[in-house]
Design a protein around this ligand. Structure first.
Ligand code: 9WN
Length: 409
């Protein structure tokens, strides 16, 4: 039988469209932002040049203002909704109008570390683009302190309970008639609801109606929430970008300033009543009051603390496989519903980097063993039931293969 390493490599090759990688065939037929950065990390274990190509292709679609879009629609494909005709961003190639978690600089640093000589010219060419994207995050999205998202899709944790309090204020009746495609590819029970989708589409339509004007969207858009997940990912990515810049002989004081400001804003997303970092509606100031896996990305940014350790163990000990995406003791917990309970190997990999760097080596090893057990049992699925290991969502998934090669395997 083919080894899991070879299967993982075959998945990356099989999803490779020439310079960019699909998350999985069928369900996600385009290039996604953070999936691509993880794909690059995976490629770096056996094809360093291909890893850099992936990041180049992603950053080539950067908007003039610095934003890097969440989807790049390289070739038309009717299998996904909403496609470029709905987003109407006027970009070439066509893109969506929102962004996704900025893991690219952290992945670029890892890829460069895996082969310094081969990566020297590649990282130097990418650096100004990454810098511009991080400046965009600081100027466009950190105006309230923590990183703000204008659409749940930006978080990468689409329907997690964190966004429920913001989503109730989005009027989904503006979505109009449309046909979903995701529910034709995978079990609809495991996907977001119709109410969620109506609101997702209504927010997209709002973006189109204001010509994707970023200031207007932040000032007046239907949804604006502080995302702990992106805040920690961005903080870590600022630190990684500054480390890259220093080695390239650049002045990194601007990046250090962004990181300091972001770190200083963390008390704004600490919810004392919950005893954890928490999402916050930036229109009302209200906390989501629910523990999500985004909180545990704090370790990635060196922002763990004993109270968070307790929450981590409480939630983790209630399941068998990996960190659940929502609190297993909360009424909303559903072990197979996308970001409302299942464990995601890719998020486990990020939390693991954080645990290791914060001195929790044994916990990192536990997380690795549990994540590896899921993949050994069922293969490279998008996500899994953390209680009984049922594989969920798409199969032969790029980022699950990538984290097998880089971490779990
Ligand atoms: C919307 C591709 C993406 C991931 C996200 C995940 C899911 C899309 C969807 O798939 O989101 O962007 O249609 O559900 O939530 O994290 O990047 O794998």
């Amino acid at each position: 039988m083919t080894s899991l390493d070879d299967q993982a490599k075959a998945i990356l090759r099989g999803n490779d469209k020439g310079g960019y990688t699909l998350p999985t065939h069928g369900l996600y037929p385009y290039q996604w932002n953070w999936d691509s950065a993880f794909a690059a990390w995976g490629f770096s274990t056996f094809d360093n040049a291909r890893a850099w190509d992936e990041l180049d292709t992603l950053m080539a679609s950067q908007w003039d203002d610095g934003m890097v879009p969440h989807i790049i629609f390289h070739q038309p494909d009717p299998g996904y909704f909403p496609g470029p005709d709905v987003w109407q961003t006027g970009q070439s190639p066509a893109t969506s109008g929102i962004t996704q978690p900025p893991v690219a600089a952290s992945m670029a640093r890892r890829i460069w570390d895996s082969d310094r000589d081969a990566g020297q010219t590649r990282i130097a060419a990418l650096y100004p683009k990454l810098l511009k994207w991080h400046r965009w995050w600081h100027e466009a999205r950190c105006t309230h302190g923590p990183a703000a998202i204008t659409h749940p899709w930006e978080s990468g944790r689409d329907n997690c309970p964190d966004w429920d309090i913001g989503m109730v204020n989005v009027d989904g009746s503006g979505a109009g008639e449309y046909t979903r495609r995701d529910t034709g590819h995978v079990n609809p029970e495991m996907r977001p609801t119709k109410e969620d989708y109506d609101r997702y589409i209504a927010i997209v339509k709002y973006g189109v109606s204001v010509g994707w004007n970023p200031e207007k969207i932040v000032a007046e858009g239907p949804f604006l929430m502080a995302d702990p997940g992106i805040t920690f990912i961005l903080l870590r990515a600022h630190d990684d970008l500054a480390a890259i810049g220093r080695e390239l002989g650049e002045d990194v004081s601007e990046i250090e300033g962004w990181a300091n400001a972001l770190r200083a804003s963390l008390p704004l997303i600490w919810n004392d009543a919950l005893g954890a970092y928490d999402a916050r509606d930036l229109r009302t100031g209200a906390f989501a009051n629910v523990l999500g896996s985004g909180a545990f990305l704090a370790y990635l940014a060196g922002a763990g603390n004993p109270q968070l350790d307790k929450q981590l163990m409480r939630a983790w000990d209630k399941v068998t496989y990996g960190i659940p995406s929502a609190d297993p003791e909360a009424p909303i917990f559903n072990p197979r519903k996308y970001w409302r309970g299942p464990t995601w190997p890719v998020v486990n990999a990020l939390i693991a980097i954080g645990l290791e760097d914060s001195g929790h080596h044994d916990l990192m090893e536990r997380l690795r063993a549990e994540t590896a057990a899921l993949i050994r049992k069922h293969g490279f699925y998008e996500y899994f039931d953390p209680i009984d290991a049922t594989p969920c969502g798409g199969a032969d998934f790029t980022w699950t293969a990538a984290i097998w090669l880089t971490w779990a395997g």
